[in-house]
Structures are given as structure tokens and as C-alpha cells.
Design a protein around this ligand. Structure first.
Ligand SMILES: NC(=O)c1ccc[n+]([C@@H]2O[C@H](COP(=O)([O-])OP(=O)(O)OC[C@H]3O[C@@H](n4cnc5c(N)ncnc54)[C@H](OP(=O)(O)O)[C@@H]3O)[C@@H](O)[C@H]2O)c1
Length: 286
């Protein structure tokens, strides 16, 4: 047992080796939480620990191995953390990736892999903390959704479908757990500078004969532009901290350039208008 952690709030974060997970670990550590920064490959912990040392908060962070698609990992790690630290006050379900590609050209395996991580992994980790939080009548579960969970784009079907699934799951779970004072929250970021852009686009078909080739290239250009102009992930990490500290957090927190406007427009405009705009923006330039 780490003596420093006994009286402090404990946050468990998945996918803490990079991006939002890494920065969120630092921000919670700076706020005085004890952070269990879980990652599937512990050899990647140095980047987080180095930044934690620079910010003088390394003492508040412990890195731990957990692949959210491995039930054995979850069954071992979560009870062990609760036993050692006495509680998990906040769970941040962050681990995820974006599979890019057109549906006709993606394999069923591509779809399953996307759902195994982004949906079934998130549900499995959540299930592992529920009885603990329910019995304590205390806890916050923060799920990383996306603007892609409110509005879908062509070429990102598996990712959007996975985030829409998380939205539905979180709405339902929120209603199940509110009577026990356990809050379920959705963070819905727009585009932020993390590794997601370089990792996810590998599933796109590169076959020159593909009927989708021109549209794939157009989408890749858009994605590259988005990646270059995306915002600093620290903004999202601070929002996650704010929701964790709120006594009665809302269900949804859209965040990022134009995200609120886009969801508002989707509710206001007839779908036919919207699809014309999206198709125009994502089509190859003539
Ligand atoms: N960046 C954005 O603009 C954006 C916008 C909206 C939502 N999001 C969401 O934010 C979350 C974090 O993504 P990010 O942008 O920070 O990307 P990232 O830098 O690629 O981070 C993703 C993290 O998830 C981990 N991960 C992937 N599969 C895993 C598994 N099976 N088990 C455990 N960890 C796993 C990765 O580990 P490895 O290092 O081992 O791959 C990495 O630590 C995702 O849910 C993503 O959908 C991101």
C-alpha cells in the first residue's frame, strides 16, 4: 500500500500511454489525486513518468498494465487496485482508437476489433467498478466519446458506430446508477493533437484499383489538415478533472472548436441539407 494514497481520491485511467490519457494523468496528479495510469504496454510508461517528474508529481502516479480487451487483465487489476488503495473514486474510460475505411472494404474483423476496444473493453472495465461504487454510494465514471458519437462522417463507420454505442450505453448506465450517487459522464471532444490521427488511418485501403480511392485520398487530406490544426489535449484533460470534481456533473460535455455548433446544427437542420454539406466537404475536389 502506498501510504501517500490512503486519504486521497483515487482515479483509474485507461490508455494512459499517450494523448488524453497521458495528459489527464498529469492533470489529476497535479490536482492531488492518486493516479493509476493503466496502459497495455508498460514499456511506454517513460513518456508519462518523465513529464510527471518535470511537473513534480511523479509521486502521485503509478503505472499499471491493463489491456481493456483482456478480461483476465481487468479481473486481476481492478480488484487489486481497490484492495490496495481502498477505493476507485473516478474511472476515466479513455482507451480507444479510430478505425478508418469504407465499409465495403473493411473486414468484419476490423469492425470487431474496433468494438472490442472502444465498446466491449469500456463496458468490461466499467462493470468491474460498479458494485464497488454502488456499495460506497460514491463514484464518477467518465467515458471518452467524441463528436463522432453525435455526428458520423463517411470513412469512419466503425469509429462513429463505436462512439454512438458508448453514448447509448452511458445514457442507460447513468439512469441505472444515479440512485446510488454514481455519476456517468460523456466527454465529447472535437479534434485534438494526439496520436489517434497517425494510428487510426492505417485501415484505409491503399489499393489503386479501389472505387473509393479518390474519396479515401480526399478524406486523408482532411484528416491530415485536422491533425495539424487540432487543439491542445490539455483543454480536455482539465474538463475531465472539472467533471470529476463536480458534485452533480451533467451527462454530456461537448468540447472543442465548433463542436457545440455542429451538434446544434444537426438538431436544427433537415438531414438532407446536412448530408449535402458533409458530402461536399468530404468529396474529392474537381
Ligand atoms: N484526439 C482526438 O481528437 C479525439 C477526439 C475525440 C475523442 N477521442 C477519444 O479519446 C480517447 C483517447 O484517444 P487519444 O486521442 O488520446 O489517442 P491516443 O494518443 O492514440 O491514445 C489512445 C490510448 O488508448 C490506448 N489503447 C488502445 N487500445 C487499447 C487497449 N486495447 N487497451 C488499453 N489501452 C489501449 C493506447 O495505447 P497504445 O499506446 O498501446 O496504442 C493509447 O494509450 C479515445 O477514446 C478517442 O476515441 C480523441
Amino acid at each position: 500500500m502506498n501510504p501517500c494514497s490512503q486519504s486521497r481520491s483515487v482515479v483509474f485511467i485507461t490508455g494512459a500511454s499517450s494523448g488524453f490519457g497521458l495528459v489527464t494523468s498529469l492533470v489529476f496528479a497535479e490536482a492531488g489525486y492518486f493516479v493509476l495510469a493503466s496502459m497495455r504496454d508498460l514499456s511506454k510508461q517513460e513518456s508519462l513518468l518523465e513529464q510527471a517528474r518535470e511537473r513534480n508529481v511523479a509521486i502521485n502516479i503509478e503505472c499499471i498494465t491493463m489491456d481493456v480487451t483482456k478480461q483476465d487483465d481487468i479481473d486481476y487489476v481492478i480488484p487489486e487496485v481497490i484492495e490496495r488503495f481502498g477505493s476507485i473514486d473516478v474511472l476515466v474510460n479513455n482507451a480507444g482508437y479510430a478505425a478508418g475505411g469504407f465499409t465495403e472494404e473493411l473486414s468484419s474483423e476490423d469492425w470487431r476489433r474496433q468494438f472490442e476496444t472502444n465498446v466491449f473493453g469500456l463496458i468490461a472495465v466499467t462493470k468491474a467498478v460498479l458494485s464497488h461504487m454502488r456499495r460506497r454510494k460514491r463514484g464518477t465514471i467518465i467515458n471518452l466519446s467524441s463528436i463522432s458519437g453525435r455526428m458520423a462522417l463517411p470513412g469512419l463507420g466503425p469509429y462513429s458506430a463505436s462512439k454512438y454505442a458508448i453514448e447509448g450505453f452511458s445514457e442507460s448506465l447513468r439512469l441505472e446508477m444515479l440512485p446510488y450517487n454514481v455519476h456517468v459522464v460523456l466527454i465529447e471532444p472535437g479534434s485534438y493533437q494526439t496520436d489517434i490521427w497517425s494510428k487510426g488511418m492505417t485501415d484505409f485501403n491503399t489499393d489503386l484499383e479501389s472505387p473509393y480511392q479518390e474519396r479515401t485520398n480526399a478524406l486523408k487530406k482532411i484528416v491530415n489538415h485536422i491533425a495539424e490544426t487540432a487543439d491542445n489535449p490539455e483543454e480536455v484533460a482539465h474538463l475531465i478533472l472539472k467533471t470529476a470534481q463536480a458534485n452533480h456533473p451533467d451527462l454530456r460535455y461537448p468540447v472543442g472548436k465548433n463542436v457545440k455548433n455542429m451538434t446544434r446544427l444537426k438538431n436544427l437542420l433537415p438531414w438532407r441539407w446536412l448530408e449535402r454539406v458533409i458530402l461536399k466537404k468530404t468529396s474529392p475536389r474537381k
